[in-house]
Design a binder for this molecule. Structure first.
Ligand code: SF4
Length: 506
C-alpha cells in the first residue's frame, strides 16, 4: 500500500510554490496526498519564519500537528520544511533515530547514510524545543523530500534523490548540501535541459519562482540569512515550467522572487523585460504578472514591454517601505518619497491605467514623528491602489534589531494604522473609479455569492476580488454558468465595496 502525506503550508506565495513542488515529487514517487493530516503517514509543515509573528504561527502549527495521535506515537512522521528550518538550522536536516522506538529499521540504513547529509547536532535549539519533529528540512534540501520521506518511513528500494530528480526533471532546487555552493554562486545553474517540471496547481493561475534568495541586505530583513544570496533560475527552466502550466490549463502566470527586477540569464543575455516579452509572445491567451519588483528594477525597457503586450498585467507591485531618505538609509535601502513620486509618474506616463501596489513599514528604529509623517504624506500623494502596511518587527540577527532607538510597539501600531487609513481612502476611491468600466476578468472560483474573478489590476491573495452578478443584481447561478473557471470574460463593473468589485458579464 502506498504511503500517504499531508502538506500544511504557511506564509507567502513563494512557500506555496515550494509546497507544490514537494507535493508533486511525492505524488510522482507514489505517495498519496491526504487532506486530513490525522490519517497521513507523513505530515509536512512548510513554514514561514520571516518575522517573529510568522515564527510563532509556525511553532503553534507544528505543536498542533505534534498533537495528532499518530504523530504522538511516532507511527506518523512530522517533518518541518521551509524558512523556520533554514532560519534556525545549525547544520542540515535532523534524523529521528534517537526517538523512534516503533520502527523496525531492518534496512540497516540510518538516515545519515541514506541521505548523505550531516546530522543535526543533538544540541540544536529546534530539535530540543520540538522533539516530536522527525526532521527539519532546510529550504536548500526540500527537493530531497522523497528520499527524506522514504528514509523516515523506512521505505525500501527507494530511488536515490538524484535519480529521482533526473526522472522528473526537477532541476531548480538545491540538492544535497548545496547551501555552500549556493553562497558562492551568483547564478543558479542546476539545469536539466528539456525538463518537464513537476508542479501541482489547483487554480487557473500559478506562481513561477524565477529566482531565490536576496543579496540586498535590507537591515530589517531575515530573508538573505534564510534563503541565501540572490540567484536567478535559468530561462530554459522557467520557460519549461510556464509551458507545463499553460498546457495544464493555467491562464495566469505570476512571476515571483524576492526581487524579480534582478532576474537575468547570463547565457542567453536576457533580463526580466526580455523574459516577459518572450512569455507574453509565446502565450498570448495567458496573463503574465510580475510581483515584488524593487524600485531599481522598474526600467523604461520593462515598462515599454508591458505597454506592448496586452496580456502582461497592467499592474506593478513595488515594495518601497518608507519615504524618509534617512530612514531608507538606515534600512540599507536608497531613494526618498520624492524620488519615488517621480518613478510613479514615469510609470503612469507609459502605463496610464496601471494598478499599483506597495508595502510600507511603520515604526522602524529611530523613526521620528516627522519621518512617520513623510511616509503618510507620500502615501497620500502617491495614490496607490493597494498598500500593505507592516509594523516594524525586531528580528534577531538583523542589523536593525541592534539599533538603540527602537520605537515603542504602541507607537508603531498607531503609525501603521494612520498609514492604512490614508491608503484606504485612495484605494477605495481607485476601486470606485472602475464603476461603469468594462474589464477583462479571469474567472477564479465559486464562492457563496457565485463566481468570482480578478481583473489585471488585482493580484491573487493580496488585493481585491470581482464578484460576477446577473443584471438583476443577483449572483450568477453557479449551476448554469455561461462560462467556467479559467475563462477570461468581459465584465462591466457595476459597484465597488471597499476593495471588492461587482460586475455583470457582457
Ligand atoms: S529586498 Fe530587502 S526586504 Fe526584500 S528580501 Fe531582500 S533584503 Fe529582504
Amino acid at each position: 500500500m502506498s504511503a500517504s502525506f499531508a502538506m500544511i503550508t504557511l506564509g507567502c506565495a513563494k512557500n506555496e510554490v515550494d509546497s507544490n513542488r514537494m507535493r508533486a515529487l511525492l505524488v510522482a514517487a507514489n505517495y498519496v496526498e491526504k487532506d486530513d493530516p490525522t490519517d497521513a503517514d507523513l505530515v509536512i509543515v512548510n513554514t514561514c519564519a520571516f518575522i517573529t509573528a510568522a515564527t510563532e504561527e509556525a511553532i503553534a502549527t507544528i505543536l498542533e500537528a505534534a498533537d495528532l495521535p499518530r504523530v504522538k506515537d511516532y507511527t506518523s512522521k512530522l517533518v518541518v520544511t521551509g524558512c523556520l528550518s533554514s532560519r534556525y538550522e545549525h547544520k542540515a536536516i535532523a534524523n529521528d533515530s534517537h526517538k523512534d522506538t516503533n520502527t523496525d529499521n531492518t534496512s540497516g540504513d540510518n538516515n545519515n547514510d541514506v541521505l548523505g547529509m550531516p546530522l543535526l547536532a543533538p544540541t540544536s535549539e529546534l530539535e530540543r524545543e520540538l522533539p516530536e519533529v522527525s526532521a527539519f528540512v532546510s529550504v536548500a534540501n526540500e527537493d530531497n523530500i522523497v528520499a527524506i520521506a522514504n528514509a523516515l518511513l523506512n521505505i525500501q528500494n527507494a530511488k536515490a534523490p538524484n535519480e529521482l530528480q533526473t526522472d522528473l526533471g526537477v532541476s531548480k532546487f538545491i540538492r544535497n548540501n548545496e547551501s555552500d555552493t549556493m553562497a558562492k554562486s551568483s547564478d543558479f545553474n542546476l539545469g536539466v535541459s528539456g525538463a518537464q517540471v513537476a508542479r501541482i496547481v489547483d487554480a487557473p493561475w500559478a506562481y513561477i519562482k524565477i529566482a531565490d534568495g536576496c543579496s540586498r541586505r535590507c537591515s530589517f530583513c531575515t530573508i538573505p540569512a534564510i534563503r541565501g544570496p540572490y540567484r536567478s533560475f535559468k530561462a530554459d527552466e522557467i520557460l519549461a515550467e510556464a509551458n507545463f502550466l499553460v498546457n495544464g490549463g493555467v491562464r495566469e502566470l505570476i512571476l515571483i522572487a524576492q526581487d524579480t527586477g534582478l532576474w537575468h540569464d547570463k547565457e542567453r543575455g536576457w533580463n526580466l523585460a526580455k523574459l516577459l516579452d518572450e512569455l507574453a509572445t509565446l502565450y498570448k491567451d495567458t496573463w503574465i504578472r510580475v510581483m515584488y519588483l524593487q524600485p531599481q528594477g522598474v526600467t523604461q525597457e520593462l515598462l515599454l514591454v508591458m505597454q506592448r503586450h496586452s496580456n502582461i498585467c497592467n499592474y506593478l507591485d513595488i515594495p518601497l517601505q518608507h519615504a524618509s531618505p534617512e530612514i531608507l538609509l538606515q534600512m540599507n535601502r536608497s531613494g526618498s518619497g520624492n524620488e519615488y513620486l517621480k518613478l510613479l509618474a514615469q510609470i503612469r506616463d507609459v502605463l496610464p491605467d496601471v494598478s499599483l501596489r506597495t508595502t510600507m513599514i511603520a515604526g522602524f528604529p529611530g523613526e521620528t514623528r516627522l519621518e512617520a509623517q513623510a511616509s503618510e504624506k507620500f502615501i497620500d500623494q502617491a495614490g496607490f491602489n493597494y498598500v500593505g502596511v507592516f509594523e516594524y518587527s525586531q528580528e534577531e540577527g538583523t542589523k536593525a534589531a541592534a539599533l538603540t532607538k527602537q520605537v515603542p510597539k504602541k507607537t508603531a501600531m498607531a503609525r501603521a494604522q494612520r498609514l492604512r487609513d490614508i491608503a484606504d481612502v485612495h484605494g477605495f476611491a481607485q476601486s470606485e473609479e472602475l464603476v461603469g468600466k468594462t474589464l477583462d476578468v479571469l474567472v477564479c472560483g465559486i464562492c457563496e455569492e457565485g463566481f468570482y474573478g480578478r481583473t489585471q489590476g488585482m493580484a491573487p491573495e493580496v488585493d481585491g476580488l470581482l464578484y460576477i452578478i446577473n443584471d438583476d443584481k443577483k449572483s450568477v447561478d453557479a449551476a448554469e454558468p455561461k462560462f467556467k473557471i479559467g475563462d477570461i470574460i468581459v465584465v462591466q463593473v457595476t459597484q465597488s465595496v471597499l476593495y471588492e468589485l461587482y460586475g455583470i458579464v457582457q
